[in-house]
Design a protein around this ligand. Structure first.
Ligand code: 13P
Ligand code: SF4
Length: 331
């Protein structure tokens, strides 16, 4: 039976979600790529690092995670005593799919003198095989703390890895994964937009391929792009990331114009993340009502995955010493 057919008729979803949130002592966390109505009802909207921090700190008994599965898994790894629900368990990620743990393990084993610096967009198993997790907002701070002689494997996003590698002048072995959303941005469509809006700056996520990054005036995480949108001079900004973030920009800067970069030839919806879009208000209501679908992680795996995530949280806020940077990934 579909979620919708299990709903009582005439229910006001926003007020029911609000009622259940209080009844369950729940916090609703939402990523910037969620539908506007979910962003509006969330207690907190943020990027991957901010959402991880919130999940680790919250006093709520239930975390309703409106994002994709690796994000909800991260919340459970960091807050094992909380009930973590994800409105749609099929909300995956092409980067996670591109990096099966057995292949990643073999890659690591083939390069024993490298540490694994791994993007948070991966499975719990891959986190357990990694030494340090990064998000797009923490990657540069973390990479700058790793001694230059240390060899690095970076996965699963080859574009974020390539961007870091070029910016730091530092060679890394890159896993060949991509985000299907950012990969689909077309340079031709972006150049057309630039021609139509002369002088408008371009803000791009580092998951974009180099052909897009090369035209960007600002490159950063979703929260970085949002910050840029609040401070840039001019009246129009071209946004090269998933366009649901524009909701926050329009709220913060109603007098300015924000234009999403089209995917493909401009005639598809392929700049929208199909995984993020699976979460709906109906499914969020049902998740809070039934406390399901629930994230469960085997305890040994959770503890192993938490080591690389703890490293990220410490290094992102500069609370780890250089001497503490030995490998922690699974043997
Ligand atoms: P950030 O929000 O950390 O920039 O990550 C974007 C992303 O890939 C979400 O899937
Ligand atoms: Fe994964 Fe890309 Fe969707 Fe983010 S936008 S969840 S990286 S597929």
């Amino acid at each position: 039976m579909s979620v919708e057919t299990r709903l009582p008729t005439g229910v006001d979803l926003a007020s029911e979600i609000d009622r259940l949130r209080k009844e369950r002592n729940a916090i609703i966390l939402g990523h910037y790529y969620q539908r506007p109505e979910i962003q509006d009802i969330a207690d907190f909207v943020g990027d991957s690092l901010e959402l991880s921090r919130k999940a680790a700190e919250t006093d709520a008994e239930v975390i309703a995670f409106c994002g994709v599965k690796f994000m909800a898994d991260t919340a459970k790894i960091l807050s094992p005593d909380k009930i973590v629900v994800l409105p749609d368990m099929d909300a995956g990620c092409s980067l996670e799919d591109s990096c099966p743990p057995d292949k990643f393990r073999a890659f690591r084993e083939a390069h024993p003198d490298h540490i694994a610096l791994t993007y948070i967009n991966c499975s719990t198993e891959v986190k357990a095989l990694s030494d340090i997790i990064v998000t797009s907002s923490s990657a540069e701070t973390i990479l700058s703390q790793i001694p230059p002689e240390q060899k690095i494997i970076f996965g699963p996003d080859r574009h974020l890895g390539g961007y870091l590698s070029r910016k730091f002048g530092r060679e890394m072995l890159l896993w060949p994964g991509v985000c299907i959303v950012h990969e689909a941005f077309s340079e031709t469509a972006l150049l057309k937009l630039k021609a139509q809006h002369p002088g408008a700056p371009v803000a791009a996520h580092p998951e974009c391929p180099p052909a897009i990054i090369d035209h960007a005036d600002y490159v950063g995480s979703t929260s970085g792009i949002l910050q840029f949108a609040k401070t840039f001079e001019g009246d129009t900004l071209i946004v090269a990331t998933e366009p649901h973030i524009i909701h926050q920009m329009e709220r913060a800067m109603p007098g300015k114009r924000f234009i999403g970069t089209p995917g493909g030839d401009g005639n598809c919806n392929c700049n929208i993340c199909p995984y993020m879009a699976l979460n709906t208000m109906e499914k969020l209501y049902v998740a809070l009502r039934d406390l399901s679908p629930r994230i469960e992680i085997e305890e040994g795996l959770r503890v192993r995955a938490k080591r690389s995530l703890d490293r990220m949280l410490e290094m992102a806020s500069g609370t780890i010493g250089r001497g503490d940077l030995g490998p922690v990934g699974e043997d």
